[in-house]
Design a protein around this ligand. Structure first.
Ligand code: HPA
Length: 285
């Protein structure tokens, strides 16, 4: 039987409405490695673990507790995906992007995605924050492969401006106000879960990437497919393989991401506060 995304979304959103009431939030946030703590700052929070919602896959990665949190943050109504699932966990692309499709169908107009990433050159150092200016999809798959459902979006969505120029300008303004160094660059998404070889890091640099990670790009593609504007932020947790001394490990990546959490949360807070609290409009009534 063919998997119908629209039917799954309808069931999923029906269940979400029952758990947390009908959200009219306009802003969605995807919290990457180390940023999970932000979910504790949400006021009037209503939480649902992914495991209690139909069709959503639970994450198996440490530091990625999977739950949907709805509430208020910085005076704005938000829907937060605390934890994401990755393609490398063996989930299908449909499952990887379903949480973001859910937020889009529930009506968000703005999606803020965050992740931990390695740098592919030394101009970006561990602890630096990088705004996504663009991306390269090296995952060898695209979440839009398959029959297109026009109710969700067009067959061939444009990616010329995947990362909204206005939101990026806003992020730079807020960073300047907070006297926080914010760089901008191209995020390359690879499949993982092995980290790159030094040769792969050199290839990514030669091909125009600035940072590399294993997430985000599928989510951004479906958000753009559904007409949601996107802001992306990477926390650089490590120099790419071969650029520094020693080897890479997930615990260290999580540790650096944890240390950068505070400035990342402050920056995101300033950005969210600067976005008007326009309610979302359901895309799948
Ligand atoms: N490579 C891929 N993904 C990552 C890295 C890396 O070096 N650091 C954090 N996520």
């Amino acid at each position: 039987m063919a998997f119908s995304t629209v039917a799954a979304l309808r069931e999923l959103i029906g269940a979400v409405d029952q758990h947390i009431g009908k959200s009219t939030a306009g802003i969605g946030l995807v919290l990457g490695s180390g940023l999970g703590g932000l979910a504790n700052e949400i006021e009037n929070a209503k939480r649902v673990p992914y495991a209690r919602l139909p069709h959503l896959a639970a994450s198996t990665v440490q530091g990625h507790a999977g739950e949907l949190v709805a509430g208020r943050w910085q005076g704005r109504d938000v829907l937060v995906l605390a934890g994401r699932v990755h393609r490398y966990e063996g989930h299908s692309m449909e499952q990887v992007v379903l949480p973001v499709r859910m937020l889009a169908a529930m009506g968000i107009h703005t999606l803020i995605v965050s992740n931990a990433a390695g740098s592919v050159h030394t101009r970006l150092q561990p602890g630096d924050l990088m705004l996504l200016a663009d991306h390269i999809n090296f995952q060898g798959a695209n979440p839009l492969v398959g029959r297109n459902d026009e109710r969700l979006g067009p067959r061939f969505p444009d990616m010329t401006v995947a990362y909204d120029a206005e939101l990026r300008a806003l992020a730079h303004r807020v960073a300047a106000e907070q006297q926080l160094r914010l760089q901008e660059g191209v995020y390359a998404a690879v499949l993982g879960p092995s980290y790159e070889t030094p040769a792969e890091i050199r290839m990514l640099a030669a091909m125009g990437a600035d940072a590399v990670g294993m997430s985000t790009v599928p989510e951004v593609i479906v958000a753009r497919h559904m007409g949601v504007r996107v802001l992306g932020l990477s926390c650089i947790t490590n120099l790419g393989a071969g650029l520094g001394v020693g080897t890479l490990d997930h615990a260290h990546v999580g540790e650096v991401a944890g240390k950068a959490t505070q400035k990342m949360v402050e920056l995101l807070g300033g950005i969210v506060r600067a976005i008007p609290n326009t309610p979302g409009v359901r895309r799948l009534p």
